[in-house]
Ligand binder design. Structure first.
Ligand code: ACM
Length: 482
């Protein structure tokens, strides 16, 4: 094991700085940057070494990481950090390795719901640190829902003035100023993550109606909402008043009002201005009180507005019901691994319209489902998902579409039950690592099997401890202590 005391890192790249800082957080040893060619660790870029985002890593007497691009260099550094060990004598070094690697899918996403509970900029940055270390490259922020609106919009200021103060159960809310949001986007970019903003429409819109009642219909109280609210002791939604429960499917913006589209256009324009990434997510899930024809009309108009703003729309798979959804819209499938009802058909329509699909199968990839029935955090409506179930699924085997239509996966964390970032982390880690491996590694790789994964996963415990990540020590995994 080449030891790291007195090790020098060649180059002054951001990746070098990130490596030096991470090694220090873990071991207390600060590597020194140098210009000397004989440095013990060398980081460089060579596009010929691997496909985009790929890298070659050699750990022998010297360490060499060659990224195909900046992202590849960053991912090579993350792999090297996974090889850092302390032996019984307290000596730190890297395990020997020879790796040449590139991702299977371009899309390796996680989602954080900052609407049901709000997470401050520093918390989002920590979430970016811990998920980018697993080589996730997209962060989807669910910025609006019935319970709150979380991003300042200059042209509709009451959204944050009035509708951001609270979260689920009356817990504190909050919102991002535009500068906060730019700070998150820049921080993510330094870790090779593209931020995808989502404004959930036409449903999940109650908070919009607290700020601007004329934009939103009276709540539609379905039987499920009434019985669930009674069971949970949560008050039913009232038009124009803050909603603190987590029932779904009761709200909709007014689909036949021109003012609604003035609103949507303004929000999309301001979000597009803040968003260097190519995507704006317009929601589309669970509009249970909306007539199908109205929903489809809205889906067509909202996706066209995103295209007009120069961005690619993303929508939850329900919007695939709209025959004329904007060409190229990306669908996000959140049905089960065995599709139910019209879900598969709706998802396939995105492909028919020249779009593609992100797979977030709820019974395996939803990070907010409980690990076991008695786990204190999370929900169970899609499934109880232990680490093995999170790992053993195949994103191209769910829907009857060409493999090339599957962009990759996204693992969402809905925050109804997660009041703190520690709560979030206990649900996300270790299962996000399972989704990360499915998204990164070829399915035929010999190591892409549970027995190999659980051992390698166990070796992440010391990294998470060093970074203060509150992972759930699931008893399926042989956790390492050093
Ligand atoms: C969803 O879980 N409602 C997308």
């Amino acid at each position: 094991m080449p030891v790291i005391a007195q090790t020098r890192v060649l180059g002054s790249s951001l990746a070098a700085e990130q490596l030096i800082d991470a090694v220090e957080r873990r071991s207390g040893i600060r590597l020194s940057p140098t210009d000397a060619a004989e440095a013990e660790i060398e980081l460089r870029i060579d596009p010929a070494v691997a496909a985009a985002e790929g890298y070659a890593l050699t750990v022998d007497e010297r360490v060499e990481i060659v990224g195909a691009d900046e992202a590849g260099l960053f991912y090579g550094v993350q792999t090297l950090l996974q090889l850092l060990r302390e032996d019984e004598d307290g000596i730190w070094g890297f395990l020997r390795a020879e790796v040449r690697d590139a991702p299977r899918f371009d899309r390796r996403g996680v989602m954080l719901d900052v609407a049901r509970h709000f997470f401050h900029v520093a918390e989002v940055k920590k979430f970016i640190d811990s998920t980018s270390a697993l080589k996730f490259n997209h962060l989807h922020l669910h910025l609006s829902d019935d319970q709150g609106w979380r991003i300042h919009i200059d042209s509709w200021p009451r959204l944050t003035e009035v509708s951001s103060a609270t979260s689920v159960d009356g817990h504190p809310g909050g919102f991002y100023t535009k500068d906060d949001y730019r700070e998150i986007v820049a921080y993510a970019a330094d870790r090779h993550m593209i931020v995808i903003p989502e404004i959930d429409l036409p449903g999940h819109a109650h908070a919009i109606g607290v700020a601007y009642p004329e934009l939103v219909e009276e709540p539609v109280l379905n039987d499920g909402l009434i019985s669930e609210s009674a069971r949970m002791g949560q008050a039913l939604p009232v038009h124009g008043e803050t909603y603190l429960g987590w029932g779904v499917g009761h709200s909709s913006v007014r689909i036949h009002e021109d003012r609604t589209y003035d609103f949507v256009r303004d929000v999309v324009r301001e979000l597009a201005e803040l968003t260097p990434g190519p995507y704006i997510h317009v929601g589309g899930d669970e509009s249970l009180g909306t007539l199908q024809a109205d929903f489809d009309l809205f889906a067509e108009r909202v996706t066209a507005i995103v295209v007009e703003a120069g961005k690619t729309p993303i929508a939850w798979h329900e919007m695939g019901s709209a025959a004329g959804i904007a060409e190229g819209t990306i669908g996000q499938y959140w049905g089960k691994t065995t599709p139910e009802g019209t879900h598969a058909e709706e998802a396939a329509h995105f492909v028919e319209r020249g779009g593609s699909l992100i797979m977030s199968a709820a019974d395996v990839a939803y990070l907010d489902m409980k690990y076991t029935e008695d786990f204190p955090l999370g929900l169970t409506w899609a499934a109880v998902i232990d680490v093995r179930s999170a790992y053993e699924w195949e994103p191209t085997a769910v829907l009857d579409v060409p493999d090339a239509a599957i962009l990759g996966i996204e693992a969402p964390l809905w925050s109804e039950t997660t009041r703190t970032l520690s709560d979030v982390e206990q649900l996300v880690f270790p299962r996000a690592a399972a989704q990360a491996e499915i998204a990164w590694s070829p399915k035929e790789a010999p190591e892409r099997v549970w027995d190999s994964f659980r051992t390698r996963l166990g070796a992440l415990a010391p990294l998470w401890k060093a970074e203060g990540v509150d992972y759930h020590p699931a008893d399926e995994i042989p956790w390492s202590t050093r």
